[in-house]
Design a protein around this ligand. Sequence first.
Ligand SMILES: NC(=O)c1ccc[n+]([C@@H]2O[C@H](COP(=O)([O-])OP(=O)(O)OC[C@H]3O[C@@H](n4cnc5c(N)ncnc54)[C@H](OP(=O)(O)O)[C@@H]3O)[C@@H](O)[C@H]2O)c1
Length: 311
Amino acid sequence: MKYIPLGSDILSASEIALGCARMSTLDIQGAVNIISCALDEGINLFDHADAYGNGLSEETFAAAYKKLGYSRDKVVLQSKCTIRNLDLPTQYYDHSKNHIINSVNESLQRLKTDYLDILLLHRPDPLTEPEEVAEAFDLLKRSGKVRYFGVSNHNRYQMQLLNSYLSEPLAVNQMQFNLTHTPMITAGMNVNMVTDESVMRDAGTIEYCRLHHISLQAWAPFQYGLLRGNYLGNYEMYPELNQKLDELSDKYKVPVSAIAAAWILRHPAHFQVLVGSMTPSHLKDACKASGIEISKVEWFELYKAAGNPLP
Ligand SMILES: NC(=O)c1ccc[n+]([C@@H]2O[C@H](COP(=O)([O-])OP(=O)(O)OC[C@H]3O[C@@H](n4cnc5c(N)ncnc54)[C@H](OP(=O)(O)O)[C@@H]3O)[C@@H](O)[C@H]2O)c1
């Protein structure tokens, strides 16, 4: 497993991390199995959110981690706040100082730890008051409850606005990115064209992150649409892509999921790939991405096979 510096070299993290959104579906032994598999593979960052399983994912992780008996500082724990009442008709987004602080206190209780290594704002809140966010982050930093801060699903201007108020710059932005979800790079290849592909949907997020040393994390690396299902092995929807994945899987002698993750890792922005599998053999397969580097030509072949034309 390769390790990459996060932010301005604040932490060293495995280039593949474990997304714990579905850990709430496991019993404690199931969670022990997937966490110990992750640690054996060299994964050191575990991604949580207050909303995952309505808090149960964090609780299950903590119970399993206690059973494993490792020290707290062996892992980088990241959690998120902002989404209130996830998947209910009453859902809304909240960057208020009270919510940020309460959410962290509750995550710390569930995770049975004194501090989060990283806290992310899960989604942009259109009613955000950056002064309040800055106040909340300062309080959390001073009290030792959070070491570093970042965002998720934020565009360039939203990060720029926050950064102009924060005492310490954002370290991370977690974005949806995979072979079947490429708006962050597609617009950049279609500048000044009168086509759907030329529409800039994120205001230049990758470029802003690279300029300001904000690490990018790719969520849902194997799913198409908004968590609509797996594209790996889905020949009906993605025949050419799966053919190309199979061909490169034979060439590099790694599973197809490793090729799909290696496509993300090949980007020079050094994305961290957040794999959300709760099946140890699937996680091991994906981690094989860390040992290979596909060529530039192969990277473009995969991009085109996923249905993305070049201008
Ligand atoms: N910031 C955000 O807004 C946001 C949104 C969504 C997700 N996330 C983060 O991203 C993480 C990953 O998201 P995700 O779990 O939805 O996406 P994912 O890693 O792309 O997909 C994992 C799903 O694919 C299945 N799968 C089937 N075959 C697989 C294989 N060979 N290898 C790996 N997985 C395979 C897994 O089932 P098995 O468990 O049986 O392997 C699991 O259901 C989440 O846990 C969360 O931390 C963040």
